[in-house]
Design a protein around this ligand. Structure first.
Ligand code: SIN
Length: 325
């Protein structure tokens, strides 16, 4: 029997138009969901698709207003007994943040798949149709439930927590870290690597319309405390350091941040390295800092915002959430 899937469209290059098959410039978020579903109708996919346009934007403009609309549309779709799974179409630039935010706040009982494309719809070698067909294959599979929100790019399936955009050109732009991909997919075949890890589990955290302000502070050779102060701004409840190496920082910056922590601001040490894994160090206890583990700075920010919105503020509780998967 064919799966009934709801497609929530937000824009991005998967819905982008260049006006030329070989041009470099294009506009993301041009094709509406109805036209898109007509386009994929010719592929002979064995699923019944219904679409809803949430936004049609370049994902550089993604943020709380669209996230709220997307979250509530997704909850409504998942609550419908006739809906077997949800696909979100999204720009690739901030796809990892949206996917992770939903992963933290959506129950894992039905498949949820986020998909994008690196080339606009009228470009030669458009990857969007292949990626979309693969996303339909994954979202139609009962075994996709219990793995949290999944991301399909190329012929790979990634867990939202692991996935990151690692290239700005070419269709092979996403990677999972530290877990690599959790499955391989084609429109006709799907192989999972391992069993679902969140089977039948509800949402990890409650949704809050207002996410508290959390700053990401980028560190570099020669950084001084004034540079850090400028990046943090006012009213920040949390700071994620994109630190050098394993979330490291100059001693004056450490002292400044430990003082900030003493005044109630949560400080998380992440790494600016492509595959940065930041472990707790002995000093973290004294400083009151949290180690981001495998989360990159932009995803550490999402997790910290969700934790703070849920009134989770104790460093040991925050650390546990960063240690989890
Ligand atoms: C975007 O993120 O909306 C533009 C880039 C892309 O989708 O690849």
């Amino acid at each position: 029997m064919s799966a009934h899937l709801t497609v929530l469209a937000t824009g991005g290059t998967i819905a982008g138009i260049a006006g030329s098959a070989i041009g470099h410039e294009y506009n993301a978020g041009e094709i509406g969901i109805d036209a898109y579903l007509e386009k994929v109708g010719g592929l002979g996919l064995s699923a019944v698709l219904s679409g809803k346009q949430i936004a049609n934007i370049d994902s550089a403009d993604m943020g709380p207003p669209v996230w709220n609309a997307l979250y509530f549309a997704m909850r409504a779709a998942l609550a419908d007994e006739a809906c077997d799974g949800v696909i979100v179409t999204h720009g690739t630039d901030t796809l990892e943040e949206t996917a992770f935010l939903l992963d933290l706040t959506i129950p894992a009982r039905k498949p949820v798949v986020v998909v994008g494309a690196m080339r606009p719809a009228d470009a030669v070698g458009y990857d969007g149709l292949r990626n979309f067909a693969n996303a339909v294959r994954v979202a139609s599979d009962g075994d996709a439930a219990g793995r949290g929100v999944l991301v399909v790019m190329g012929d790979r399936v990634f867990a939202a927590r692991d996935v990151r955009k690692v290239r700005t050109r070419g269709a092979d732009a996403f990677r999972g870290f530290p877990r690599g991909s959790v499955g391989l997919v084609t429109p006709a075949a799907l192989d999972w690597f391992g069993a679902p890890w969140r089977r039948d589990l509800g949402a990890m955290f409650e949704w809050h319309d207002d996410l508290p302000p959390v700053a990401v502070v980028y560190l570099y050779a020669g950084v001084v405390v004034d540079d850090v102060v400028r990046q943090i701004g006012e009213d920040t409840q949390g700071v994620v350091i994109a630190g050098v190496g394993e979330g490291n920082m100059p001693e004056p910056v450490r002292r400044y941040l430990a003082d900030l922590k003493a005044h109630g601001v949560v400080v998380v040490r992440a790494s600016r390295a492509d595959e940065g894994l930041v472990d707790r160090e002995a000093d973290d206890d004294a400083n009151g800092f949290v180690a981001a583990r495998a989360l990159n700075p932009q995803k550490a920010r999402i997790l910290l915002q969700v934790l703070l919105a849920n009134a989770i503020r104790a460093p040991e509780d925050i650390q546990r959430a960063f240690d989890g998967r």
